[in-house]
Design a binder for this molecule. Structure first.
Ligand SMILES: Nc1nc2c(c(=O)[nH]1)N[C@H]1C(S)=C(S)[C@@H](COP(=O)(O)O)O[C@H]1N2
Ligand SMILES: [Mo]
Length: 171
């Protein structure tokens, strides 16, 4: 009997929390925001497709997880962070070098990037927040936004369904 009640409670809790999660996502979508930027930034932001469309576009070619040569298009992750006031170049020095980016996906998956990885003063590497694959908008299972790290030999940091970019500080 006790076991049944416990299982019922768990079921109710799971249902309620997944409803709250879905409502949170719906609210973000209703506001038209594709991605939020927060944490240790000058200006926390919620970016819409129109905001992202103002940034320079890049196309890169990369082998996807199936080993297929694919063309990805979008904006550079560093350019997106600059909109929130994240400092790169000459200003990325001293204490700022202890900052890092956490990329969060709608399924709870997350991956970290150090800021110099996203800065052309440090590297010629391109890390993309992609919205198109082979000329088409990303499918819902992958997009609307996905990180693409073209020259990385494993795809673990190619975060699909990106919803949040957070700048944090190593303590
Ligand atoms: N949101 C999200 N992104 C993710 C993952 C995930 O579980 N959730 N898995 C990662 C891992 S481990 C790999 S190998 C690739 C797989 O890419 P694919 O989905 O294009 O096959 O996605 C990465 N991005
Ligand atoms: Mo993976």
């Amino acid at each position: 009997m006790n076991g049944i009640i416990r299982r019922l409670c768990l079921l109710i809790l799971l249902t309620l929390s997944s409803q709250a999660f879905a409502q949170g996502q719906a609210a973000t979508q209703a506001a038209g925001a594709l991605v939020s930027i927060g944490g240790e930034v000058e200006r926390p932001l919620k970016l819409t497709a129109a905001d992202l469309a103002k940034l320079p576009r890049r196309t890169v070619s990369a082998k996807d997880h199936d080993g297929k040569e694919t063309s990805f298009e979008g904006v550079e992750l560093g350019e997106v962070l600059k909109l929130a006031g994240v400092k790169f170049g000459e200003a990325l020095r001293g204490k700022s070098l202890a900052l890092f980016l956490v990329v969060d996906a709608s399924d709870g998956y997350r991956a970290v990037f150090a800021l110099p990885e996203l800065d052309h003063a440090f590297t010629d590497r391109v890390i993309l927040l992609a919205d198109r694959r082979d000329g088409k908008a990303l499918p819902a299972t992958e997009g609307p936004l996905r990180v693409v790290v073209p020259d990385e030999k494993r795809q673990g940091r190619w975060v699909r369904q990106v919803i949040t970019l957070t700048i944090r500080r190593a303590d």
